[in-house]
Write a protein that binds this ligand. Structure first.
Ligand SMILES: Cc1cc2nc3c(=O)[nH]c(=O)nc-3n(C[C@H](O)[C@H](O)[C@H](O)COP(=O)(O)O)c2cc1C
Length: 481
């Protein structure tokens, strides 16, 4: 097939082409493709029908956020020159996992931390670095990068980039793209805590928020610099991708707007003495994903979490506890709620005779641990007569007889739905990113086959579960007879 070099066209054709591309919001190359496609359709059309003339100027409808099905949302990811730039490489993957087309812009400083080659190889196309790149500026590359996308994400957003944005600078490709953009912008700031708390950065962040720019993080934690800690760590790539996804989603998908959800997640730690505890392998990932998906769907979400290594999901009120008893107290305090989802792996037993001091090794051997049953949070909330959530969802993590055990659990606890998942060692569910679940509801007839979902990422399970919950809440409530 012959190739076409736009650069070699006559000047007046190039000008007409540029005008047409600018009007339709496409690159010159994309515009040429459209013209060729139209020409091919015109020649293939039966006589009597007329296709639009190839050279006509037909303004395209502006691209919408959350584009039509089948059309991947486009994200321009600007990587700033901070130590967290390496995490931007993971962010590219996370955005692509969510179906986004990713195109990267690296600042000059960013290239000290990651290479354009690495970012370009992970993204969907080559990386852009230079405002005065003759090749891409032929069709006003910085304007195209600014407009030919549904969202711009800046991660890490350096103090410098934020200052430039707040003051309208445009002296390099990243700042020119940001200034020329009429698309939503999400910033993930990352810097030393002293830079973040500096009055200038505070002013710039406040100005950007007033300008309608969305910010995520920074989080609190340890810095790359030895001995430094505080607020300044970039939000985790998963958090940023989830927030980007929420911004890309059309507003009508706020299917849980006005609803209140209570979710538990993670393991509990039951003390043996001040330094030892009984725990389990729950990572909290599924519960956190549900909390994030519910918040993205517009719900007010309270997440009561056991000890996990996960960042707070965006827009979620997170209450961290250690033990089962503390979890029950916080769950009760978070009521009323429309829906309660108990995804936490709560320890069934705790040590009745936990030591007040560290138990010492003695010649007599280990002192016997007396175990007592912990409160059953799922059963307690399911059986409430006052403030019982309309929908109570339990999780059944089983290693054998999954469906039979899950059905028995649903009946025993009195909840409305059970999400059953196989957590046997070979399944990789505990701590992994994927899950295979079976949804069993109270209204299923006894011989009913459970609703078994295919293997999905925990994020996708969360999104699908949120959709099912919204459907259930919108169904008319059964009337008391
Ligand atoms: C090792 C090193 C780490 C840096 N980390 C950060 C950082 O995390 N955040 C930040 O705002 N600036 C950081 N800087 C300073 C920026 O690189 C500097 O302000 C640069 O001009 C930013 O350019 P950009 O905003 O165009 O990417 C760091 C500098 C060095 C040398």
């Amino acid at each position: 097939m012959a190739s076409l070099t736009v650069r070699k066209l006559d000047d007046d054709i190039k000008t007409a082409l540029k005008l047409r591309a600018a009007r339709s919001g496409r690159s010159v190359e994309d515009e040429v493709r459209v013209i060729l496609r139209e020409a091919a359709q015109a020649s293939a059309a039966p006589s009597g029908t007329s296709a639009p003339p190839a050279a006509s100027v037909i303004p395209a409808a502006p691209r919408r956020i959350g584009t039509a099905a089948g059309d991947r949302p486009r994200v321009t990811l600007i990587i700033g020159g901070g130590i967290a730039a390496y995490k931007a490489l993971d962010l590219i993957r996370r955005l692509k996992d969510r179906g986004c087309h990713v195109r990267c812009v690296l600042t000059r400083a960013a290239q000290q931390f990651v290479t354009p080659l690495a970012a370009g190889a992970l993204a969907d196309e080559r990386c852009y670095t230079d405002l005065f790149d003759a090749q891409s500026e032929f069709d006003a590359g910085h304007i195209r990068l600014a407009r030919d996308c549904d969202l711009i994400v800046v991660a890490p957003a350096t103090a410098d980039l934020m200052a430039k944005m707040a003051h309208g600078h445009a002296d390099d490709l990243a700042s020119a793209v940001l200034l020329a953009s009429n698309r939503p912008i999400l910033l993930a700031p990352a810097m030393n805590p002293a830079m973040w708390s500096n009055a200038a950065t505070r002013r710039n962040a406040a100005q950007l928020a007033r300008d309608g720019v969305a910010l995520i993080g920074p989080n609190a934690g340890e810095m790359a610099e030895a001995g430094e800690a505080g607020i300044g760590r970039m939000a985790e790539p998963l958090e940023i991708a989830a927030r980007a996804e929420a911004l890309l989603r059309p507003p009508q998908t706020q299917i849980l707007k006005g609803r209140k959800l209570l979710i538990t997640a993670g393991p509990t730690h039951e003390p043996i003495d001040p330094v030892r505890y009984i725990a389990n392998r729950s990572s909290g990932k599924q519960g956190y994903a549900i909390a994030a998906a519910a918040a993205a769907a517009g719900a007010a979400v309270t997440l009561v979490s056991g000890p996990v290594n996960l960042p707070d999901p965006a827009g979620v009120t997170v209450i961290r506890i250690d033990s089962a008893r503390a979890m029950l107290t916080q769950v009760e305090q978070a009521l009323p709620a429309d829906v309660a989802i108990f995804a936490a792996a709560v320890a069934d037993w705790r040590v009745a005779n936990a030591g007040e001091q560290k138990i010492k090794k003695t010649k007599g051997g280990m002192p016997p641990l007396q175990l007592v049953e912990n409160p059953d949070i799922l059963a307690t909330i399911s059986k409430l007569t006052h403030h019982r959530p309309r929908l109570v969802v339990g999780f059944a993590a089983e290693t054998e007889h999954l469906i039979a055990h899950a059905r028995a659990k649903l009946a025993r606890k009195g909840c409305d739905w059970i999400v059953a998942n196989d957590v046997s060692p070979g399944s990789g569910v505990m701590g992994g990113d994927r899950n295979t679940i079976h949804l069993i509801t109270r209204d299923d007839p006894p011989d009913h086959q459970p609703d078994s979902w295919p293997v999905m990422t925990k994020d996708d399970v969360a999104t699908a579960l949120v959709a099912r919950i919204a459907q259930a809440l919108n169904a008319p409530e059964p009337t008391a007879s």
